[in-house]
Design a protein around this ligand. Structure first.
Ligand code: GDD
Ligand code: MN
Length: 388
């Protein structure tokens, strides 16, 4: 190959440059990459790598830890191991959070044709990995899901009762609504051909925990999915990061998929925050009126309360990946208030126009609210919390 030629065509990629890929001098390429997202998992790293060594003897493997800048310095533990073990490496992501995004970056950085995704906390039974790899070949599968439900659908030791019910409901909802072919679309433990993720990557959501469901529904062709049961173990060290926002995002993804991407999880969150704002508005209004304030004064304070509540909650939840802090928090509030007042004007103006044609107070009320919400959402996404 001509080293001076920077262009890499497919044919030059197929035949690697001389001296590269000579297995008599270099270690053989991995046949399995294991991507392990981590967030504050320092105490689990050494036990996990030890277990991988034991269970994967005889397989060429590599492990890629993808850490979102954990406060407990998980990544340093990974680096310490990498210094002695070339199979192990770490990616440190800064100013970012998200299990799905971490997994996708890990997969895209991997080298083997087959990639497994598993948690770092030892809840996933790593001894299933060789069998999963065997199934990939034997069944010509695109994806093998390690499922918690195949054997005993009503008993998962590692989950609390509430988590268990929630997980069950989420699973059934996904199964009913989406063309998924697995008993555990919420599983965080699966193996997939890397090309599948490479192709779907631009479409995948980076937030939340629903990566498997997302891969299953984003592929351009139906995937051949195999399943294998395992026992979900209790966590060894540290805490679960699954919280209410993650659950909300999951249901948001389902709605997004069902509406062909028209209604996004972010928009749903924006609307939920808006509903809280409405409650704040009405409560403040009532409180001040009862205490003898004039209507215009009470209404003004109520609106300010609602705007403050909407801004703070949107900053914390809807746009948490673009959160405004410090001085930018203040300027953002000013921007948000200004843009929302245009939203009110647009909503009132347009719904009045419609009212003059079609005088149904409720229909035009809803139209006004929708126009206002859409306006506020568009300006919030494009201006107040624009992607930087
Ligand atoms: N890089 C990164 N960034 N890793 C994360 C993040 C994040 O924002 N959030 C969580 N993780 C890592 C954790 O460190 C752990 O290794 C793994 O992702 C799973 O997180 P847990 O917090 O342990 O999740 P869980 O045990 O409550 O949830 C399990 O069950 C879910 C279904 O009920 C996981 O297997 C999920 O993948 C699964 O969807
Ligand atoms: Mn866990």
């Amino acid at each position: 190959m001509n080293a001076a030629n920077p262009e890499m065509t497919q044919s030059t990629l197929d035949t690697p440059p001389e001296g590269i890929g000579d297995t008599s001098v270099e270690p053989p390429a991995p046949s399995l990459s294991i991507v392990i997202p981590t967030f504050n998992e320092i105490d689990n790293i050494v036990p996990l790598v030890g277990r991988l060594h034991r269970t994967l003897a005889g397989i060429e493997w590599e492990a890629i830890f993808v850490d979102d800048d954990s406060r407990d310095h998980t990544i340093e533990m990974v680096r310490t191991i990498s210094l002695r073990d070339r199979r192990v490496r770490g990616i440190r992501r800064v100013n970012r959070r998200g299990l799905a995004g971490a997994c996708i970056e890990g997969i895209l950085s991997s080298s083997a044709p087959v990639v497994a995704v598993m948690d770092a906390d030892l809840q996933h039974d790593e001894t299933r990995l060789p069998e999963m790899l065997r199934m990939m070949d034997a069944l010509s599968a695109d994806l093998v899901v390690a499922t918690r439900y195949k054997n005993e659908p009503h008993d998962i030791d590692g989950l609390t009762k509430l988590r268990h019910t929630g997980s069950r409901v989420a699973t059934q909802l996904a199964q009913r609504l989406l063309p998924t072919q697995t008993s555990d679309p919420m599983s965080g433990f699966f193996m997939v051909r890397r090309v599948i993720v490479e192709a779907a990557a631009p479409k995948l959501s980076l937030q939340g925990f629903k990566i498997l469901l997302d891969i299953l529904t984003s592929s351009s062709r139906p995937l051949a999915v195999a399943e294998l049961p395992y026992d979900f173990r209790p966590r060894l060290h540290g805490n679960s990061k699954l919280d209410a926002t993650i659950v909300t995002e999951y249901f948001g993804l389902i709605v997004a998929k069902l509406t062909g991407g028209l209604i996004t999880p972010r928009f749903l969150m924006f609307c939920a925050v808006g509903s809280v704002g409405l409650l704040v508005h009405l409560s403040v209004l009532r409180l001040l009126l009862v205490n003898g304030l004039s209507f215009p004064a009470a209404q003004t304070f109520a609106m300010m309360g609602a705007i403050l509540s909407n801004y703070t909650l949107n900053n914390a939840l809807t746009y948490r990946d673009r959160r405004r802090r410090g001085w930018r928090f203040i300027t953002g509030l000013a921007l948000f208030s200004l843009l929302c007042s245009f939203g009110v004007l647009a909503g009132v103006g347009l719904s009045t126009l419609i009212y003059n044609q079609e005088p149904h107070w409720w229909l035009d009320g809803i139209a006004g609210a929708v126009i206002g919400a859409v306006w506020n959402y568009i300006t919030s996404s494009a201006i107040t919390w624009r992607a930087r």
